[in-house]
Design a protein around this ligand. Structure first.
Ligand code: MLC
Ligand code: AMP
Length: 501
């Protein structure tokens, strides 16, 4: 049963006419349709020469066929490598070189660009509405496929995650990493076959792909599958849903809608938030408006979900709850690694069946991020006497905007390469919609140069749009300490109200 798909399939409803996904055009995908659809894509992968352990790299718009391709990749014993649709050619070249996929599946709109980057690697297409060469191939294939056996530690997926230094690293997730977390969450969050998840998250990240999808499948339940978050579409679907998962920006945007109130959530039993901090203020405002206390949980690409507020007990605003069953969390001194007594602030370290197998082809990086079998998260936090974990900051220089991670070092490198710029420093500051927004402070080469729009435009094609600074400030020099290190705290004081003033 080690193939994740088999673990999930053992929990599918016996009645194959049961719903799996409601699509935005009103059509229904049943469990039987999903079994046949994923089998067709598995046959198409085989026809394109994809074998066990091969990487299938996918950068396509969110669609039900992309979900079928994910399941097909599992069923074929290959490794699913999804990518953010915002990545530019410059970013993609690195991923292709690093993962060496057997197949790249792209948006038909970007086929030419991808074919030029991919060299000898086969490229197939899959579009938003199911168009494209891969779906055409799959449509002619058999709807039967015997899922390939895999061992618990074999890889099911590689998800790229940026790093504080250097390029992105591929987090290797095994069949057991994903299966154990999905089963734990079904239990912890009381998912049953009657649940209907409102799914508006992207499916190239842990949250929408593994938490949303695997939990739905492991419960034999169904989802309302929306292409992206749109407050109006979400409000229209809520009366048919029982659960929803979102990043804090989803809840901030819903609260900004006057029409969002108790009358829409009568059928709901659970709202989950994660991927970025949910402010205590939003938590309270949401409860006052809807009567629902959002359940906040804490996860990472490398570990899936680590902690969760309780289903029945107190869901405490500003905390991420307790370690999930089978997962061990400790707090250590970030410098010495000494395990700290309960209540002290330190770096959160995680051990358990959820913790990934390391970074793809980067054994040294992997070794650096583990201490006595615990993964060093880079998040700073403490555990209170009741066992609730609170995250108070980050030891890693990371910005999280709307649930997307942005590493300042990567943005600084791109800025420093521009001919107009001598040096730069990038910080995250409070943003009312996205949680944090990216701000750059730059020292221009020519003192009179202060063209913000030109700087942002010059990053086009190099950095995905969501990583680009939304504000650029020009300074004669950067504040530095006696060691020559940029004082980001000073910059935060200077520009902290860039989006809130
Ligand atoms: C889009 N844009 C963003 C952005 N998303 N900018 C910064 N941060 C983001 N997150 C930019 C676009 O480039 C565009 O720029 C403009 O905002 C509007 O684009 P859009 O596509 O209309 O945006 P929108 O639909 O409003 O998207 C915002 C969002 C989306 C918050 C709904 O980003 C989203 O769905 N985020 C979820 C991310 C997620 O799933 N994270 C989970 C990671 S897993 P312009 O200038 O061109 O207009 C993880 C582990 C765990 O962290 O614990 O779960
Ligand atoms: P990613 O690498 O995209 O998986 O992002 C993981 C990071 O998101 C974690 O290391 C945390 O910094 C952050 N994160 C996830 N969930 C929460 C949460 N509930 N509260 C605060 N930060 C979170």
């Amino acid at each position: 049963m080690a193939n994740l798909f088999d673990t999930l399939a053992a929990r599918f409803p016996a009645d194959q006419t049961r719903p799996f996904a409601w699509l935005e055009d009103g059509s229904l995908v049943t469990y039987g349709d999903m079994m046949a659809g994923s089998a067709r894509f598995a046959n198409a992968l085989a026809a394109r020469g994809v074998g066990i352990g091969d990487r299938v790299m996918v950068q396509t718009p969110k669609s039900i066929d992309m979900l079928m391709l994910y399941l097909a990749t599992l069923r074929a014993g290959a490794i699913f490598v999804p990518l953010n649709t915002a990545y530019t050619s410059a970013e993609l070249s690195y991923f292709i070189e690093d993962a060496e996929p057997a197949l790249f599946v792209s948006d038909p709109a970007r086929h030419e660009e991808l074919a030029a980057l991919a060299g000898d690697i086969s490229v197939e297409t899959l579009g938003e509405a199911g168009e494209g060469s891969l779906s055409a191939l799959a449509a002619g294939m058999s709807g039967a496929w015997v899922t390939v056996a895999r061992e618990a530690d074999d890889l099911a997926a590689i998800l790229y995650t940026s790093g504080t230094t250097g390029r992105s690293k591929g987090a290797m997730l095994s069949h057991d990493n994903l299966a154990s977390n999905a089963l734990t969450l079904v239990d912890h969050w009381r998912f049953s076959a009657d649940d209907v998840l409102l799914h508006a998250l992207p499916i190239f990240h842990t949250h929408g792909l593994f938490v949303g999808t695997n939990v739905t499948l492991a419960a034999g339940s169904s989802m309302i599958f929306q292409a992206k978050f749109d407050a109006e579409a979400v409000m229209a679907a809520l009366p048919r849903a029982t659960t929803m998962m979102g990043v804090p920006t989803f809840y901030i945007r819903l609260l900004a809608e006057q029409a969002f109130d108790r009358s829409l959530v009568g059928h709901m039993r659970l709202f989950v938030s994660g991927s970025a901090p949910l402010s205590a203020e939003i938590h309270r405002e949401f409860e006052a408006r809807t009567g629902h206390a959002i359940l906040e949980r804490y996860g990472m690409t490398e570990t899936n979900m680590n902690t969760s507020n309780p289903y029945d007990g107190d869901r405490i605003a500003g905390t991420v709850g307790m370690p999930l069953p089978g997962i061990d969390i400790r707090i250590a001194d970030p410098e010495s690694g000494r395990v700290l007594p309960q209540g002290e602030v330190g770096v959160i370290e995680i051990a358990g069946p959820n913790v990934f197998k390391g970074y793809w082809r980067k054994p040294e990086k992997t070794a650096e991020e583990f201490r006595d079998g615990y993964f060093i998260s880079g998040d700073l936090g403490f555990i209170d006497p009741r066992g609730y974990v609170s995250i108070v900051g980050r030891a890693k220089d990371l910005i999280i905007a709307g649930g997307y991670n942005i590493y300042p070092a990567e943005v600084e490198t791109a800025l420093d390469e521009l001919p107009q710029i001598h040096e730069s420093a990038v910080i995250g500051v409070p943003h009312p919609d996205l949680g944090e927004g990216v701000v750059a402070a730059v020292v221009p080469r020519a003192p009179a140069f202060a063209d913000e729009a030109a700087v942002i435009a010059a990053l086009e094609g190099t950095l995905a749009r969501f990583k680009q600074p939304r504000r650029v400030y020009f300074l004669p020099e950067l504040p530095k300490n006696s060691m020559g290190k940029v004082q980001k705290t000073t910059l935060r004081e200077m520009f902290g109200d860039a989006f809130t003033a």
